[in-house]
Design a protein around this ligand. Structure first.
Ligand code: MCA
Ligand code: AMP
Length: 486
């Protein structure tokens, strides 16, 4: 297969072009090739490594180096709590951890050999040649939540990264002249694959905001950036800020492409942004397991509320409960989305049961997303099969994982977790708790801190209700539908 990053391996041709900028620090393609070459030298003999995926230049250099060296990367959320981190490390068993110099790594990582990635250390000419690597070679293992149990590691092959980024280039007319701005985390597909590897594959550049702010978006788009990627919560915050921020309206109006994904962008936010800027946000639809499946095309009609059409190379169908294809693409008949193509992951690490369940006998991946399709092919997502998956701030969060964490709190006897609509986050996590001692129930803050500390801050409950008992059916199963605001 060809190189994942032709502009990096091309030598002097692109050496002076900007590649990465994080705050005040930036690297050209020449700098990045030399910095990644130095890291790759330290990776000799490694098969799989963890990367402490803070939103930093070091993370981008570490991942680039490992991918070119054929070393599989497990990106870690630097805010992961000990339980989550412990699970990911024991499941993926990385041989090393790569991080920025000076990072204070938590206890579960203490036993791992560590490589400090210093982008200022350069080894010109030492960049490995990745062209001989197999296209099925595992590039990334990205952890993603299911309805129950701890997160599963989706093994993403090189082929999927190349296929998805090239399909997006076609759909979005994305070239090396584009300058992307975003403030997404680097331990998920959106910010890492699309938002970091994407510009590098095109030979263009990315400016990372460090943390998302509407001011940062306005500044960068008014200073030469051409594209913005974000989750709906970010576009919601943009829509909220627009009435009082003429510079933000000007910035968005001048952008080449505004792309939202990871969850549905409400039509109200689409319309507020269009009214204030004259520009339409386009949506694309993907998953950790499939990378990108569909998108509104840059040259297509931006129909709010749809995720566009299948990307080149992606087969997509809607199926009934029994697995038969839906009778009609009439904009009304709902079916589960199944996809097939080079963009798919290969397996869940160490989980042959879950992998087998996820695919049909003829290789279609069951997404669990429910949709209708317009006669002209546009896909409109209408819901999700599993009510126990919550999308909050664009993060997928399994109810079971939070319930298990809550049950480990001494003040909790029983717990159930649901998602409820939230204008900012899309959905917010709600915990329904039967306290061990009804006279002194744990406070909402204590439970939020408990979950944030064990799993991750974005998994913390935002609302806690105390109950005397959870509603159960005759079989003893919790009836989540009977839980609503008390
Ligand atoms: C508050 N905080 C706490 C606690 N309470 N920390 C610990 N314990 C507590 N009890 C902290 C938070 O850590 C954070 O810290 C700050 O308070 C605010 O947190 P929060 O309100 O939760 O979030 P936010 O900062 O307002 O974040 C909104 C966000 C974020 C920026 C939109 O949700 C986000 O980055 N979402 C992106 C998700 C994403 O990339 N998903 C892609 C996966 P501090 O202020 O210090 O940070 S989906 C995917 O990849 C597929 C393929 C796809 O289709 O894209
Ligand atoms: P994740 O597993 O975290 O990668 O999240 C994947 C899920 O995000 C998908 O299965 C969808 O439910 C959801 N998703 C991603 N993009 C969109 C979108 N544009 N509209 C609606 N849902 C989306």
């Amino acid at each position: 297969m060809s190189s994942l990053f032709p502009a990096l391996t091309a030598g002097p041709a692109a050496a002076d072009r900007p590649a990465l900028r994080f705050g005040e620090r930036a690297l050209t393609y020449g700098d990045l090739a030399a910095a990644a070459g130095a890291v790759a030298g330290d990776l000799a003999g490694a098969r799989r490594v963890a990367v402490w995926a803070a939103p930093s230049l070091e993370t981008a250099v570490a991942v680039t180096a490992a991918l070119l060296a054929g070393v599989t990367v497990v990106p870690l959320n630097p805010r992961s709590g000990e339980k989550e981190l412990g699970h990911i490390l024991s499941d993926s068993a990385p041989g090393l951890v790569l991080t920025a110099p000076g990072t204070d790594l938590p206890a579960p990582l203490a036993g791992l050999p560590r490589i400090d990635v210093d982008p200022a250390v350069r080894a010109p000419g030492a960049l490995p040649d990745d062209r001989d690597l197999d296209d099925a070679h595992p590039a990334l293992i990205v952890y993603t939540s299911g309805t129950t149990g701890p997160p599963k590691g989706a093994v993403v092959p090189r082929r999927a990264i190349a296929a998805t980024l090239d399909a997006l280039a076609d759909a979005w007319q994305w070239t090396g002249d584009d300058v992307l701005v975003h403030g997404l985390p680097l331990f998920h597909v959106h910010g890492l694959v699309l938002g970091t590897l994407g510009p590098l594959r095109r030979g263009g550049s990315v400016r990372h905001l460090g943390r998302f702010t509407t001011e940062g978006v306005a500044r960068e788009l008014n200073d030469g950036a051409t594209m913005l990627f974000g989750v709906p919560t970010m576009y919601h915050r943009v829509a909220e800020a627009l009435p009082g921020a003429p510079d933000l309206a000007k910035a968005l109006a001048g952008a080449r492409l505004l792309v939202s994904g990871s969850a549905a962008l409400p039509v109200h936010d689409h319309e507020r942004i269009a009214a204030a800027t004259g520009r339409r946000v386009i949506e694309r639809y993907g998953m950790t397991e499939t990378l990108m499946n569909t998108s509104v095309r840059a040259d297509g009609e931006a129909r709010p509320g749809t995720v566009g059409v299948p990307l080149p190379g992606v087969e997509l169908r809607l199926v009934e409960e029994d697995g038969s294809p839906v009778a009609a693409y009439d904009g009304e008949t709902v079916g589960e989305i199944q996809v097939r193509g080079p963009n798919l992951f290969t397996e869940y690490l160490n989980r042959p049961d879950a992998t087998a369940e996820a695919f049909t006998a003829d290789g279609w991946f069951r997404t669990g997303d429910m949709a209708v399709r317009d006669p002209d092919g546009y896909v409109r997502i209408v819901g999700r099969k599993a009510t126990d998956l919550i999308k909050s701030g664009g993060y997928k969060i399994g109810a079971g994982e939070i319930e298990n964490a809550l049950l480990e709190h001494p003040g909790v006897r029983e717990a159930a977790v649901t998602g409820e609509p939230d204008a900012d986050l899309g959905e917010r996590i709600v915990a329904w708790v039967v306290p061990a001692d009804p006279q002194s129930p744990p406070t909402p803050e204590a439970l939020a801190d408990h979950v944030a500390g064990r799993l991750a801050p974005h998994k913390r409950p935002r609302v806690v209700h105390h109950l005397d008992a959870l509603p159960r059916n005759d079989m003893g199963k919790i009836m989540k539908r009977a839980l609503h605001r008390g």
